[in-house]
Ligand binder design. Structure first.
Ligand SMILES: Cc1ncc(COP(=O)(O)O)c(C=O)c1O
Length: 392
């Protein structure tokens, strides 16, 4: 059995879990860093340490440019979006406060919120429509005097629904709340402008549609977030203020204790520059050019049920479906073994979203397309699904 993407046998449709392949510049940048620089950034002051610091800063600048962040120093790198969401939620929400979220969240939001709830933070989970969309009017109606934050999944990892952030940002500003966006599935795939979209906290992961390596991600803080109110999840060495036992209060050091994933950041800097060069709008257009025929073909296949929004502005390139009377696990296994099509089945770490879509507990089959998929992939996938749906 082939296990390499370049083998024409395989169609990789698991980009919503992690994108693959990566642009060649990513591995090149990582290798170059390991071979030529290697040192610890912000620590030692010698030329290689300074080169490493410059590389990390340049990755910060690339992220700031991508999201139109107010300042590269308000980009705090972390392990992944889960880490950064935990940082934002645990760092800012306290017992007695209230947080509003949606019925489309990933467990990376839901689970930290449930822990906070057990500690006395009240939470409201707003139901979404059958296509996964959240009505901003429901958000405004749920606000209480003690509400502190709205947290939403920008793009669903299950069915691709995009929540418009700006109306939520306007509500947040009207009521003096913070808006936290989980951009795991949208960063690099949907144009995001933190300042125009009124996002206060933007959590991202490097390894999905930013096409970077795993183990990279971060939290970008807008100007309305007062870092003095943000409790860091970790304290420790930062290379700064070494004369003090106390952790530095300034960004990004406040949120970046310990040696970072420097090799990963070399790859992330390269991948984000690659995304910037291609242009997020162009990436989105290319992906939508595959999504439209795939969705249309699936929708007209008897025995196939597709979830989420139709083709167009309101969705990413992630599609969920079920084949009538076939367990998702069987469909996924047969797509892999008989057709070389790799996708993800089940609940996708988002049981709340599956409840909203009516696919809990059985789950769904998910096709997560990426920039390296082709029209030929779409043709092969449609042919395979037609066989599975018809040939039983
Ligand atoms: C919407 C959403 N949030 C959070 C995550 C968690 O991402 P990571 O594992 O990179 O922290 C994912 C990944 O599947 C996701 O799709």
């Amino acid at each position: 059995m082939s296990t390499e993407r370049n083998d024409p046998e395989l169609v990789y449709l698991d980009n919503a879990a992690t994108s693959w392949p990566k642009p060649p510049c990513v591995a090149e940048a990582m290798r170059r860093f390991l071979d030529k620089t290697g040192a610890n950034p912000g620590r030692s002051g010698h030329r290689l340490s300074i080169a490493a610091s410059r590389m990390v800063y340049s990755a910060r600048e690339a992220i700031a440019e991508l999201f139109n962040a107010p300042d590269p120093l308000r980009v705090a790198f972390g392990l992944n979006v889960t880490d950064s969401l935990n940082q934002a939620l645990h760092g800012l929400l306290h017992p007695g406060q209230h947080v509003i979220t949606s019925g489309m969240e990933h467990n990376s939001v839901m689970r930290p919120l449930r822990v906070l709830e057990a500690r006395g933070v009240a939470m409201t989970v707003l139901p979404c429509a059958a296509d996964g969309s959240l009505d901003p009017a429901d958000v405004e109606a749920a606000i209480r005097p003690e509400t502190r934050m709205i947290v939403v999944n920008h793009a669903s990892n299950v069915c691709g629904t995009i929540q418009p952030l700006k109306p939520l940002g306007e509500i947040a500003r009207r009521h003096n709340l913070l808006l936290l966006a989980d951009t795991a599935q949208s960063a690099g795939a949907v144009p995001i402008d933190m300042q125009a979209d009124l996002i206060d906290l933007l959590a991202f992961t490097g390894h999905k549609s930013l096409y970077g390596p795993t183990g990279t991600g971060g939290l970008v803080l807008g100007e309305r977030v007062d870092e003095a109110e943000l409790i860091p999840l970790r304290q420790g060495g930062t290379g700064s203020h070494s004369e003090h036992d106390e952790h530095p209060p300034f960004l990004p050091d406040l949120l970046e204790s310990g040696t970072p994933n420097t090799v990963g950041l070399a790859g992330l800097g390269a991948s984000v520059r690659w995304v910037l060069q291609k242009g997020v709008a162009a990436i989105r257009d290319e992906e939508q050019a595959l999504v439209s025929p795939l969705l249309a073909g699936l929708q007209e296949t008897p025995g196939v049920k597709v979830y989420g929004p139709g083709a167009g502005k309101g969705r990413t390139a992630t599609i969920s479906l079920n084949i009538e009377d076939m367990a998702t696990s069987e469909a996924g296994l047969r797509l892999d073994e008989e057709f070389g099509i790799l996708c993800r089945v089940g609940l996708h770490c988002a049981p709340a979203a599956h409840r909203t879509l009516g696919t809990f507990p059985a789950g769904a089959l998910r096709f997560g397309l990426g920039i390296f998929n082709t029209p030929q992939d779409v043709t092969r996938v449609l042919a395979a699904v037609r066989i599975l749906a018809g040939g039983r």
